[in-house]
Structures are given as structure tokens and as C-alpha cells.
Ligand binder design. Structure first.
Ligand SMILES: Nc1ncnc2c1ncn2[C@@H]1O[C@H](COP(=O)(O)OP(=O)(O)O)[C@@H](O)[C@H]1O
Ligand SMILES: [Mg+2]
Length: 275
């Protein structure tokens, strides 16, 4: 079966030979006012794999992740995690599903008023899974996994460099050893060397946890480093999905244009007036 569906609105070819889908998105639609962002999006994230969604700025990558997390309410469609429907599900079902999730937000999004260790242990403390002492120990052990020593534990986010903030964000995402990790633009705002360090970390953490990962990025270096599979979002849909090895050979003109960063091609880039 071909991997590609160029210029069509068809769903991506199901990854039949892969593990069952950990996350299954069908017909997902979301608009804000007249701005139709997602229009019947289909996506499978296979268990234990790292899937990266690529696409230009403003194409709805963050809206997709936020819909899965339950932060954005879809207008239509289905989102299943381990077979359980989350769209329109009761609070308790959502809370159960969220226990499986770890999230690194774009820009790390740390709590400025909390020291590093409390940021890392935030989910554990909020859910009262452990007492404060244990939480602090867990936080320090988790910081070690992202290459930060115990001296970082009592610093405040404002005292950290951008790269260290990302590491703390990563530590927070993995602290409760989630089954599913979400990474929103993990390398944005970092210099290329720090970006590479973070990419390596993402890769290693996913492997060590045996987690399923759904990341979004427009950084092609990051895609090549962290993805097993890649899906491209354009026009509110996933227009191509395939293994990362096929990225340069996708046969899809939209993917080609994006991967090679060309101004010319089927992707229409709106030029907005400044001011
Ligand atoms: N809460 C919101 N209210 C209104 N518009 C939003 C909201 N969140 C996202 N959008 C719009 O949805 C589109 C996609 O945004 P986003 O998912 O953040 O893009 P990206 O692919 O860069 O992550 C953009 O046009 C953005 O302005
Ligand atoms: Mg985004």
C-alpha cells in the first residue's frame, strides 16, 4: 500500500504492520470563529513509537495536541486513547486518561513562583501521589535523568538558561513516568547545539520509558532526530504519514516543499502586511 496520498483528502494509509494505535484521532474538526483550523483530521499514533507532526506555523499543530489533552474542545470528531473515547467523555474518564499523559509545552511554561523541584514534582504533588519529601527526592532523581544536578532543585525558573528551562520542562513531563509523552516544539528558541542536546534527551527518554510520543515541530533537524514516523498537517488534515526514512522520498509535493524549505510549491504562504 502506498504511504502517500498526494493532493487528496483521503485518510492516511493505516499503519497495518505497526503496533495497535495508542492514540486514534478520527474526523477531528475545530474552528475559532471563521478560522477553520482542523477539518476532519485523521491520525494514528502507534504504541511505543515516536510520531512527529510537521507543518507550518499556524496550521493547527498545537490545537491538535491541546485537543487530545482536553485543553481545547473539538467541534467534531473522535479521539481514542487505548480505545477509550475522550471527546464528550465524563470528567472521570478524562482524569483517568490524563494520568497517562506527560506534556512539555511550547516554551517550557514553568511556574515562575515555584522552585525547580516543585515544578518537576507538580503533577505528583497536585494529585497527592506522594508526600513533599518523597516528591522532592523524586524530582531530584528525575532532574538527573535530564542531566541536571541536585543544585538545580532549589533554583527558580528565572535563574535558568533557556536550555535548562527545557530540561526542567522535560523532567516535569516524565516525572510520573507517563505512558504517553507530548512535546510541543521541544527545540524552539534554543541554539542548534542545545537543540541537539534536547533532541537526544527526548529520544532517550522515550526509549527508556518505553513511552508513546507525539511531538510537533517545524524544526526539520528535530524531526530527523526524534521521529520514527512523521505526519504532515496541512489544510486542517494529515496529508501524508510515513516512516521518517521516507521523508526525503515521500512522493508528496507538500511534504517535499516543507522538508526542503522552498518558497515555491503547492503550499500557499499568506504574506501578511506588517502594522
Ligand atoms: N484559543 C484560541 N482562540 C482563537 N484562535 C486560536 C486559539 N488557539 C489557536 N488559534 C488559532 O488556530 C490556528 C492554529 O494555531 P496553532 O495550533 O497554535 O498553530 P501551530 O501549528 O503553529 O501550533 C491559528 O490560526 C491560531 O491563531
Ligand atoms: Mg504551536
Amino acid at each position: 500500500m502506498p504511504e502517500t496520498a498526494p493532493n487528496t483528502t483521503a485518510a492516511p494509509a493505516p499503519a497495518a504492520t505497526l503496533a495497535p494505535a495508542k492514540i486514534e484521532v478520527r474526523g477531528l474538526s475545530k474552528r475559532f470563529g471563521t478560522n477553520r483550523v482542523l477539518e476532519g483530521l485523521d491520525l494514528d499514533v502507534p504504541a511505543g513509537r515516536s510520531l512527529v507532526v510537521i507543518g507550518g506555523s499556524g496550521t493547527g499543530k498545537s490545537v491538535l495536541i491541546k485537543s487530545i489533552l482536553g485543553i481545547v474542545k473539538p467541534d467534531a470528531g473522535s479521539i481514542r486513547v487505548d480505545g477509550t473515547e475522550l471527546v464528550g467523555a465524563p470528567r472521570r474518564t478524562l482524569d483517568e486518561a490524563r494520568k497517562k499523559f506527560g506534556m512539555l509545552f511550547q516554551g517550557a511554561a514553568l511556574f515562575d513562583s515555584l522552585p525547580v523541584w516543585e515544578n518537576v514534582a507538580f503533577g505528583l504533588l497536585a494529585r497527592r501521589l506522594v508526600d513533599r519529601r518523597t516528591a522532592r527526592e523524586r524530582a531530584i532523581a528525575t532532574l538527573a535523568k535530564v542531566g541536571l544536578g541536585p543544585e538545580a532543585a532549589d533554583l527558580y525558573p528565572a535563574e535558568l538558561s533557556g536550555g535548562m528551562q527545557k530540561r526542567v520542562g522535560l523532567a516535569r513531563a516524565i516525572a510520573a513516568e507517563p505512558e504517553i509523552l507530548f512535546f510541543d516544539e521541544p527545540t524552539t528558541g534554543l541554539d542548534p547545539i542545545m537543540a541537539d542536546v534536547i533532541n537526544e534527551l527526548v529520544r532517550r527518554l522515550v526509549r527508556e520509558l518505553g513511552a508513546t510520543a507525539l511531538s510537533i515541530t517545524h524544526d526539520m533537524a528535530s524531526v530527523r532526530k526524534i521521529a520514527d514516523r512523521v505526519a504532515m498537517l496541512y489544510g486542517g488534515k494529515i496529508i501524508w504519514e510515513g516512516p521518517v526514512e521516507r521523508l526525503d522520498d515521500s512522493g508528496n509535493p507538500f511534504v517535499d516543499q516543507f522538508v526542503h524549505g522552498r518558497a515555491e510549491g503547492p503550499i500557499r504562504v499568506g504574506i501578511q502586511r506588517i502594522g
